[in-house]
Structure formats: structure tokens, C-alpha cells
Design a binder for this molecule. Structure first.
Ligand SMILES: [Fe+2]
Length: 276
């Protein structure tokens, strides 16, 4: 092979990779079904875990809607959403309220927490909303119950479960003491919703069995041998999938949307968690 041919091939591979990470992988959805044992005494519960929708002008709303429909086809018992409905500075509230949220009004109970992009101090510093009030109203109108440093015990199809939601870890809204206040030690299995998985150390002082998070986008750019150097978390051991940690479990979703329209080596996902 001549040097010229080699360089030509290298340039072609780089161009193909750029096209793939911009136009193929960001909308190449995975539908993952995972079984997680959290000691439910009755029959299992099917939880659709959605995260990081990032409804924005940069991401096709058609794609986001199709991703959610793929999850709904799995007929979940409940839906849990771990934040980043928006991308701060590029929010698309029109599409969120008129096209995305209406998909979620089929009668399935839905609980959610905010992510760092959804409003507040962190988002505002990046050109986003300074408050989550409008989004909260939109979620309530759509029947999505926000658990902002709050908890709720649910009974659904004979299964009892506690769901605890904390505010965003980067947004100075992360108040586990408030979220867990009043919960008793005599409890059913407990699921915590925390957008950012780095919140786990602060949450370790409280009792829970499973934490659902997003935020990492699976690293967004993830390479063999190199890993995911750009994952926006302190603890890069926990990027995507199911993990055991200090006798508890975590599920970290790669999310539906992305930042800057790029993904490599970490396809977007919706996840059905079969809790048993
Ligand atoms: Fe995100």
C-alpha cells in the first residue's frame, strides 16, 4: 500500500465515522429488557425507564416520539423518567407539551425527577431556564407525577413499592433528607430516582434497593480500550446498565436524546425493567 493510499483510506474511515456518529447512531434506538431482583414479595412489576429525552431543536421530535412508543409497546405497569426533558439553551417546550407528553397519557402511572438541563441555577448559567416551574406545570397537566425531593408509596396490581425522587445533583436541588423524610424503616422495596448517578454516595446514608439514573448518555462517545472519557460523572465506573453497589442495585440509562447531536459506541435506549 502506498502512503497516498493509506492516507486516503484513513480520511475515508474518519469521514465514515463522522457520518455514523452524527446521522446513524444518535437515532439507532436499543430496546433493552432487564430483570432486576429487588425482593418483591408478589409477582413482578414491569417498569419502563425513560431518561434524557432532550427535547430540543437539535434532536428530531419524531425520533423521540418513536422511541417512547417503542417503550410503550412493551406494556409497562409504571413509567419512571429520570430527567433532562430539555437541553438547556435549546429547549423546545412546544414539542414537549404538544407531541411528546401526550404520548404518556395512557393511564399508566408515571413518576419523574428533573435533570440538570430542566431549569434552575445550573441550566440558567448555560442559557437555559432559571426555573422548573413551567415544566412542572406541563408534567402535571400530562398526568406525570413529579417527585422533587419527595416520595410516594404505590400499590399497583398487587405490588407495593416506594418511589423516592431527588432533585438534580448539579442544580443545588439535591435534598435527600427532604426526600426521605417521614419514610419508615418498615418498608416495601424502595426505588430512588436520581438523574445523576454520582448522587449515590450521598444517598448511601438512606435505605433503598434500586436507583434509576440517566445523565451519562452512556458516555456519549465511548471507545473500546479507551472507555468513555467524556462521561459527565465523577465516578466513571458507572456509565450504563445494571450495577451492584454496596449491596444495592443501580440502573443507568443511556437515554433517548443526546448533546450536540452525537453518539459513538453507546446507542440510545429505552429500558424495560422487570422488577422481581
Ligand atoms: Fe442528559
Amino acid at each position: 500500500m502506498t502512503r497516498r493510499n493509506f492516507l486516503f483510506g484513513l480520511g475515508g474511515a474518519a469521514a465514515a465515522t463522522a457520518v455514523y456518529m452524527r446521522y446513524v447512531e444518535p437515532e439507532w434506538l436499543e430496546v433493552n429488557i432487564r430483570r432486576i431482583d429487588i425482593g418483591l414479595k408478589s409477582r413482578g412489576l414491569r417498569v419502563l425507564h425513560l431518561s434524557d429525552l432532550h427535547v430540543s431543536r437539535r434532536i428530531s421530535t419524531d425520533y423521540i416520539c418513536e422511541a417512547i412508543k417503542s417503550g410503550l409497546q412493551l406494556r409497562p405497569d409504571i413509567i419512571l423518567i429520570t430527567g433532562d426533558f430539555y437541553t438547556s439553551g435549546d429547549e423546545n417546550p412546544q414539542d414537549l407539551s404538544s407531541r411528546v407528553l401526550p404520548l404518556l397519557t395512557g393511564g399508566t402511572p408515571i413518576y419523574a425527577v428533573f435533570g440538570n438541563h430542566d431549569g434552575g441555577r445550573w441550566a440558567h448559567r448555560r442559557g437555559g431556564y432559571d426555573s422548573t416551574a413551567e415544566l412542572q406545570e406541563m408534567l402535571e397537566d400530562a398526568g406525570v407525577k413529579l417527585l422533587h425531593n419527595a416520595a410516594e408509596r404505590i400499590q399497583h396490581k398487587g405490588v407495593e413499592l416506594e418511589i423516592v425522587g431527588v432533585g438534580d445533583y448539579w442544580g443545588d436541588e439535591f435534598l435527600p433528607a427532604e426526600a426521605f423524610a417521614g419514610l419508615s424503616d418498615a418498608r416495601p422495596p424502595r426505588v430512588v430516582l436520581s438523574h445523576n448517578p454520582d448522587g449515590k454516595e450521598d444517598l448511601a446514608a438512606y435505605e433503598w434497593d434500586l436507583m434509576l439514573s440517566g445523565h451519562t448518555h452512556g458516555g456519549q462517545l465511548s471507545l473500546p480500550l479507551v472507555g468513555a472519557p467524556f462521561a459527565p460523572v465523577r465516578d466513571k465506573r458507572f456509565i450504563a446498565g445494571v450495577y451492584s453497589w454496596r449491596g444495592r442495585q443501580m440502573h443507568i440509562s443511556k437515554g433517548i436524546g443526546n448533546m450536540r447531536g452525537l453518539r459513538l459506541g453507546c446507542r440510545p435506549e429505552v429500558s424495560l425493567l422487570e422488577l422481581v
